[in-house]
Ligand binder design. Structure first.
Ligand SMILES: [Zn+2]
Length: 398
């Protein structure tokens, strides 16, 4: 089945960076979004077969007229925690009244998750995925981390693997209450029996390297054990204060360090010279009233940046990439083009994927048509549902 999306007013390809025509009042500059106008995209099966000018487009069985509207790659949300029970609305409300966020709130979700059946968790998970697709997210990474015992962690990675290849084993999310003051013993469990049970379902190993969660030596043990089992590392770090998690992530060749709310100059230098992506999670700062990281400082230093939702019941319960883009532009000082790029190609880099995040021949046909003339509207019209149609692997899903 060949589908032609044509007469696209503004096509974000993220392919070869080009020099764009400057809009009135703006300077010309490198266009990291690889923008084309009056363009067309041909889908053949699950892949993109052709991209070019609308008046040169090949024939297709189905034609979609995108006149006057913008098309972007599907969002790649490279950080989420979608398999859990319960919610923490009361905690959120208390925090908005002034109580401080602490990592320990995770434990209440752990109790609810352990008590939930597979079918309950699965139904919830599929609901979140539908919600995300409707907002333009075509790839999502999902972490475990609300089981914290061998049987439940195995259930969480197994359920996640039913819906995405991007599954992360995060048994080292927080030390569970039954191991209070015995963090090293819990790390023994995570790197032993729990890893044995979870590794067959996972691609990634992750750890929350933070005061109140896991120390740097404990985090190193977790990541090295996962690497030895063929998993690839990614790290939660520098969310609640500065620490050595970024340096550890870079040293171990992690695909991404996530959060980075508090980064030292040495962290920024290390990231800029590395293959490790910094994944910014603006929903967390929004929902915890922490200061936003300065993305401008990071991008100007040469750090590769991704944007993700970190959907979870405690610190960021949004599943909306457009919301994260709007906040990143307003409060983290990213340009709109940088934010869109970070939410698509950046997410792909954070997952070490070269088949998503761009609209170019050979890429997976993960494409979003907006009810707007330009991608700028994603930040310009926050909170407005602007996704008109979504194709995932070439199939129309929204
Ligand atoms: Zn997280």
């Amino acid at each position: 089945m060949r589908i032609l999306i044509t007469n696209i007013g503004e096509l974000t390809t993220n392919a070869q960076p080009t020099v764009s025509e400057p809009a009135e009042g703006l300077e010309a500059g490198a266009d990291i979004c690889g923008t084309l106008h009056d363009a067309a995209v041909l889908i053949d099966g699950d892949r993109i077969a052709w991209v070019g000018a609308a008046d040169e487009a090949p024939e297709a069985e189905e034609v979609v007229d995108a006149r006057g509207r913008a098309v972007i790659p599907g969002f790649v949300d490279s950080h989420s925690h979608l398999v859990f029970g319960g919610d923490r609305a009361a905690e959120f409300e208390a925090r908005m009244r002034g109580r401080k966020y602490a990592a320990g709130g995770i434990r209440s979700t752990v109790a609810a998750t352990r008590a939930a059946s597979d079918d309950e968790l699965r139904a919830r998970l599929r609901g979140f995925l539908d919600e995300m697709l409707a907002q333009g997210t075509t790839t999502v990474e999902i972490k475990s981390g609300y089981g914290l015992d061998v049987a439940t962690e195995e259930r969480l990675v197994r359920l996640a693997a039913e819906v995405t290849p991007e599954v992360t084993f995060l048994g080292a999310h927080v030390v569970p209450v039954e191991y209070a003051d015995r963090g090293d013993d819990y790390v023994d469990l995570v790197t032993g029996e729990m890893l044995d049970a979870c590794a067959p379902h996972a691609k990634w190993i992750d750890v929350f390297c933070e005061t109140g969660a896991f120390t740097v030596p404990q985090s190193r043990r977790v990541l090295e054990a996962g690497i030895a089992r063929g998993l690839q590392p990614r790290v939660h770090a520098s969310q609640l204060g500065p620490g050595e998690g970024v340096q550890l992530a870079v040293e171990l060749g992690a695909a991404s360090i996530d959060h980075g709310t508090y980064l030292t100059d040495d962290d920024v230098t290390a990231l800029a010279g590395s293959g490790t992506v910094l994944t910014l999670l603006p929903g967390v700062e929004f929902s915890t009233r922490q200061p936003y990281p300065d993305a401008r400082r990071l991008i100007d230093a040469g750090v590769t940046v991704a944007l993700a939702c970190d959907t979870n019941p405690g610190s960021s319960f949004t599943s909306s990439m457009p919301f994260c883009i709007a906040v990143a532009v307003r409060d983290m000082r990213m340009t709109v083009a940088e934010a869109i790029h970070a939410a698509t190609a950046g997410g792909a880099a954070a997952l070490r994927r070269d088949d998503i995040g761009r609209i170019a021949p050979g890429m997976r046909a993960d494409i979003v048509l907006l009810k707007a003339p330009s991608r700028v509207h994603l930040a310009y019209r926050p909170g407005v549902p602007l996704v008109d149609a979504v194709w995932k692997d070439g199939a129309r899903v929204v």
